[in-house]
Design a protein around this ligand. Structure first.
Ligand SMILES: Nc1ncnc2c1ncn2[C@@H]1O[C@H](COP(=O)(O)OP(=O)(O)O)[C@@H](O)[C@H]1O
Ligand SMILES: [Mg+2]
Length: 256
């Protein structure tokens, strides 16, 4: 099966009197990495929240291939292959790296944690399968050696890779990454860029919200620029970088 395009048309979102997204038209293509950039408060995370189903836009449509996504609750969108990482690290401190990655997978399993705890055969088989999938995800990111380590023992760059491993473990068709380089140093950001490049497949829709311009310019095939909830520019990195409006509202004021 070849990948599908994720598209939002005429999407608007407001909280009370505050319009956060204004009539957005965006399309995210399989096999490509799309960047979403813009100053703080521009609406980038809100856009992600609309795509995942956490927020309900007041108007517009979201389609993934032939599926009307906006009619589906977040849990169903996740089962259809939508995965995300969050702006802030959200790993369980009492679980090892591989257990953190397995959490997302075992929730999808049919036997569930209760029978797993009782050691029933079906549940045991599912746990084994989940462990294998989690290990594969860690290996794709080059961090399988730390599978049994607790998060507290790891530097921020590695924790970020663990979160991304958790997001990709179930082989998503859409991967949303919200500021994956936040809090990372330059070396960790370069390592992250390399790791993300390795995740690109012809079927995967990858979308990255990020302030780190080097990462965005190096990895993205196209970029959307938001400012105050409006789309102010979009196109390939070279075009966006040269856009006078982008230079004025974003790159010119980028002090991060
Ligand atoms: N749940 C919410 N309730 C009220 N306002 C919100 C909510 N989520 C986001 N906003 C507002 O929407 C605007 C965009 O926020 P956000 O999407 O987080 O921006 P970004 O991720 O680009 O920094 C901000 O003004 C923010 O305060
Ligand atoms: Mg944000």
């Amino acid at each position: 099966m070849s990948g599908a395009v994720l598209e939002a048309r005429g999407m608007s979102l407001a909280f009370g009197g505050l319009t956060v997204l204004h009539d957005l038209d965006v399309a995210f293509h399989p096999g490509e990495v799309t960047g979403v950039i813009g100053p703080n408060g521009a609406g980038k995370t809100s856009l992600f929240n609309c795509l995942t189903g956490l927020y309900r836009p007041q108007s517009g449509s979201i389609v993934f291939g032939d599926k009307a996504f906006d009619k589906l609750p977040a849990s169903v969108r996740a089962r259809q292959g939508l995965a995300r990482s969050f702006q802030h690290v959200a790993l369980c401190p009492d679980l090892s790296v591989i257990e953190n990655v397995m959490v997302g997978l075992t929730i999808q399993g049919r036997a569930g944690w209760a029978s797993a705890l009782l050691g029933l055969p079906k549940a045991r088989a599912e746990m084994k399968q989940a462990r294998a999938k989690a290990n594969e995800a860690l290996a794709r990111l080059g961090i399988e050696a730390i599978a049994d380590v607790l998060p507290a023992a790891l530097p921020p760059g590695t924790l970020r890779l663990v979160e991304i491993a958790r997001a990709i473990a179930a082989s998503p068709r859409i991967l949303l990454l919200d500021e994956p380089a936040a809090g990372l140093n330059a070396a960790e950001t370069r390592e992250l860029t390399t790791a993300l490049r390795r995740l690109i497949t012809p079927d995967l829709v990858m979308i990255i919200v990020e302030h780190d311009m080097d990462l965005i310019m190096q990895i993205c095939d196209r970029i959307y620029v938001l400012n105050f909830g409006r789309l102010v520019a979009h196109g390939p990195p070279d075009v966006v970088r040269a856009d006078p409006e982008v230079v004025r509202i974003y790159l010119g004021t980028d002090d991060e």
